[in-house]
Ligand binder design. Structure first.
Ligand SMILES: [Zn+2]
Length: 291
């Protein structure tokens, strides 16, 4: 039987072993929660991922903290979206004098162009998320060749899940009547989703949440909702819900619940991973748009 002291010694040894294992992991920083999840899926136990903009956070207008600077300084790999999503990032990396390599995953996809510039929300198309995952896999293999087999195995398994997710979304949306596939969201975050899966999104705010919404913008949306018989108005987890509620009130359109646009939910929510977030969104859309 273990004495109390030897049990303590054992648990201390386990604690030390765990701390050592943690210290040997590749330090990775992800700029926001969605990329953080993708990096964890591919990196598994070999990496330690720190996410800068956490659950329900708005990366368009984030203000970095000193702790973010420390994480960036220690990172070997820094995964970001790019496409002008994280306007605060370059300065943070420079100020932290980080030797970590920055990978802008969005550079690998064909970006949509909007009036204000490139649309950064590429992850809303699962095919683009797959491009992100492949880039993460290659970056991890280059930084940690010993783990190559692990990264390949993890990425293969996850890519297969993304293929299934993509097929599921296509099928669910295709089953909805075409004339009902038009909704309002707060900011223009679903352009890639719209292009791949076939739902029209109308948004008072542009591709960044930085720009203010004018009374004229809102009036225009209200007109559009009435003219096009929009089925539902959605709130986003990163945006103020009041604007959406006002549009629903003034048009009589149905409130369609919360969509995860630019961030995951916290661990207790039903969008705690990228796959869960996409499933949640599609479920909300299907519920609101079913005849
Ligand atoms: Zn956004």
């Amino acid at each position: 039987m273990l004495t109390r002291r030897s049990a303590l010694a054992l648990s201390f040894a386990a604690f030390v072993a765990e701390a050592q294992a943690e210290a040997q992991k590749i330090p990775v920083v992800a700029s926001f929660s969605i990329i953080g999840d993708l990096a964890r899926q591919v990196g598994g136990d070999r990496v330690s991922v720190t996410t800068i903009v956490g659950p329900d956070g708005d990366a368009h207008v984030y203000q970095p903290s000193p702790a973010d600077g420390r994480h960036i300084a220690q990172a070997r790999l820094i995964f970001v979206n790019g496409l002008s999503f994280e306007g605060w990032l370059d300065r943070l990396v420079r100020a932290a004098k980080s030797k970590g390599e920055v990978f802008a995953l969005g550079n690998g996809i064909a970006a949509r162009k909007e009036e204000e510039g490139q649309d950064p929300h590429a992850w809303q198309d699962v095919a683009n998320a797959k491009v992100y995952v492949e880039a993460i896999r290659e970056a991890l293999i280059a930084a940690d060749p010993e783990g190559a087999q692990t990264y390949k195995t993890n990425a293969d398994a996850y890519l297969a899940k993304l293929d299934a997710l993509d097929a599921e979304i296509l099928q669910t949306i295709a089953a909805l009547p075409k004339e009902r596939r038009r909704v309002v969201s707060t900011h223009d975050a679903f352009g890639y989703f719209a292009a791949r899966y076939g739902i029209d999104f109308i948004a008072p705010q542009g591709v960044s949440t930085e720009a203010e919404v004018s009374a004229r913008d809102v009036a225009k949306i209200i007109d559009a909702v009435k003219t096009h018989k929009v089925a539902a108005v959605f709130i986003e987890n990163v945006a103020d819900p009041r604007l959406a509620k006002r549009i629903a009130d003034e048009t009589g359109a149905r409130m369609g619940g919360v969509l995860y646009s630019d961030a995951l939910s916290d661990a207790k929510g039903d969008g705690a991973t990228y796959i869960d977030m996409m499933r949640h969104n599609v479920k909300q859309l299907a519920k609101a748009l079913a005849p």
